[in-house]
Design a protein around this ligand. Structure first.
Ligand SMILES: *[C@@H]1O[C@H](CO)[C@@H](O)[C@H](O)[C@H]1NC(C)=O
Ligand SMILES: *[C@@H]1O[C@H](CO)[C@@H](O)[C@H](O)[C@H]1NC(C)=O
Ligand SMILES: *[C@@H]1O[C@H](CO)[C@@H](O)[C@H](O)[C@H]1NC(C)=O
Ligand SMILES: *[C@@H]1O[C@H](CO)[C@@H](O)[C@H](O)[C@H]1NC(C)=O
Ligand SMILES: *[C@@H]1O[C@H](CO)[C@@H](O)[C@H](O)[C@H]1NC(C)=O
Ligand SMILES: *[C@@H]1O[C@H](CO)[C@@H](O)[C@H](O)[C@H]1NC(C)=O
Ligand SMILES: *[C@@H]1O[C@H](CO)[C@@H](O)[C@H](O)[C@H]1NC(C)=O
Length: 190
């Protein structure tokens, strides 16, 4: 999206198109990710979602059925202290065990393959509902990681907490790059 998106990991971006993360955050779009709370609206590319609308975890989907691959999602709020760059974010959700559904669904006119937690894998960190201060807009950012080759997630060596979570450090600790990413906006008081 904006040029500012490329400051963190410029070398990793060769050949990529749109970033699908807020300006200043690590971008990724090896595949496009679709995020939605219901079938009538996409919660993608900064779309506004109300606090009530984002109360429970969104559904995730990919444009393709990537059968045989598994995924984890990491959702952060990079803006707990005002517009940030992900260096001091709040970790809102960390869940592995996702795989592509073979059955597509149509969300607001877009046909996608949902990612489902078929084995009911327990969340590493359960979904924390967005609750920014009244009048503030925070950019809730989801990173999808391809865990297909991983036997555990996150792997040993990951050392993090919900507060002061830095996605860049976390990815370095687990030696992974983001497979896909997205964000939606929530404004306090809406
Ligand atoms: C992100 O912001 C923090 C705090 O302002 C700063 O220390 C850090 O260097 C920034 N990181 C990047 C990659 O711009
Ligand atoms: C993601 O979507 C954009 C816009 O529709 C498209 O230009 C781009 O090629 C897609 N990227 C991939 C990896 O499919
Ligand atoms: C999302 O919120 C950010 C921060 O307020 C703002 O800069 C951006 O324009 C918003 N995105 C959309 C699509 O409205
Ligand atoms: C669907 O989700 C969007 C947010 O993505 C929300 O604005 C809208 O009110 C929801 N619609 C229904 C029918 O729940
Ligand atoms: C996962 O949970 C659902 C709903 O509780 C249940 O129907 C399903 O059998 C469970 N699947 C596995 C693999 O445990
Ligand atoms: C984990 O991170 C905390 C905070 O940065 C640090 O104090 C602690 O020493 C780290 N623990 C390990 C085992 O690296
Ligand atoms: C990190 O992952 C790459 C493959 O993506 C692998 O070649 C490398 O050996 C890994 N490094 C460590 C320290 O595990």
């Amino acid at each position: 999206m904006k040029a500012g998106s490329f400051t963190l990991v410029a070398t990793a971006l060769v050949g990529m198109t749109s970033a699908m993360t807020p300006s200043g955050l690590i971008p990724s779009n090896k595949e496009n990710m679709t995020v939605f709370f219901n079938t009538s609206a996409l919660a993608t590319n900064g779309a506004a979602v109300t606090i009530a609308g984002a109360k429970t975890a969104p559904m995730l989907a990919l444009d393709k059925n990537l059968a045989g691959q598994t995924f984890a999602v990491v959702m952060i709020d990079p803006d707990p202290k005002g517009v940030g760059n992900g260096s001091d974010a709040i970790l809102h959700w960390m869940q592995d065990g996702f795989s592509s559904s073979a059955t597509s669904v149509t969300i607001a006119g877009k046909t996608v393959f949902p990612l489902v937690n078929t084995k009911n894998t327990t969340a590493v960190e359960t979904y924390l509902s967005p609750g920014p201060p009244v009048g503030s807009t925070h950019r809730y950012t989801q990173y999808l990681l391809d865990t297909t080759s991983k036997t555990t997630f996150p792997q040993a060596g990951a050392n993090f907490s919900r507060g002061s979570f830095t996605i860049e450090t976390f990815l370095q600790q687990i030696n992974m790059t983001a497979f896909s990413a997205n964000f939606f906006n929530v404004t306090g008081g809406t």
